[in-house]
Ligand binder design. Structure first.
Ligand code: MN
Length: 234
């Protein structure tokens, strides 16, 4: 199942509206946090990213994924770190809002996702415990991920600092949660573990399942043939 068919978005990057009301995730994530997180923090990443890209018209047709991954080593050295930090912030939050959904408390994965979680973690509860534990143990800011290991197709939980992205590293992130204090401090203060547990009640498991199906489809389907450069022996 292909889930993102829209033309890739390019400069100037823009903040998409939150797909639900700011208070829709109460009591798990509070309205004040959602408003500041989406309108201020995510917007700030986009504003800084656009400012870095603006003087470089040759970069204006690249998607955020191209700027962060395929083209990153070709970027001018003066903006490379800024694009990594601010662009990573933009990419992560874009996915984060899609993963959140009101009214999902008590729901659980179904189909291929449920089977893969049972296979690789033993049970859904064991997976949630691992996801919460990994997020709680992560030092300082960062993100916790459920990813598909590209080598064997198995599911793994891991964390990365700041906006250093496993999403980009492996390109197969199914589920992410924000470990920056701005994501939870107003309501949970130093209780990160309580925030991580509450997060499990606002996950759109159907969407996470669609992401797994998309990854599995792309693993089975061979990619486009790549042209090989032939080296003739002289
Ligand atoms: Mn954030």
């Amino acid at each position: 199942m292909k889930i993102e068919t829209d033309k890739p978005l390019t400069y100037p990057f823009a903040l998409a509206p939150l797909p639900f009301a700011y208070d829709a995730l109460e009591p798990y994530i509070d309205a004040a946090t959602m408003r500041i997180h989406h309108d201020k923090h995510h917007q700030a990443y986009i504003t800084s990213l656009n400012a870095a890209i603006k003087p470089h018209p040759e970069l204006h047709d690249f998607s955020i994924e191209e700027l962060l991954l395929e083209r990153h080593s070709e970027l001018p050295i003066t903006i490379r770190q800024t694009v990594h930090d601010q662009g990573g912030g933009h990419l992560h939050h874009q996915l984060f809002w899609k993963i959140l959904k009101p009214g999902t408390a008590g729901t659980r994965p179904t189909g291929a996702l449920a089977q893969a979680i049972d296979r690789d973690f033993g049970s859904f509860d064991a997976f949630k415990a691992k996801f919460v534990e990994t997020g709680a143990k992560h030092f300082a800011s960062g993100w916790v991920f459920l990813v598909v290991n590209p080598a064997d197709g198995g599911l793994e939980v891991l964390s990365r600092p700041d906006h250093d992205s496993a999403l980009l590293e492996k390109n197969t992130a199914l589920l992410i949660n924000d470990l920056w204090e701005h994501a939870y401090y107003l309501k949970y203060q130093s209780g990160r573990v309580n925030y991580l547990k509450a997060f499990c009640s606002v996950v759109n498991w159907e969407y996470v399942g669609q992401r797994l199906e998309s990854v599995l489809d792309s693993r089975v389907r061979p990619g486009p043939a790549t042209k090989k450069i032939s080296h003739s022996v002289r």
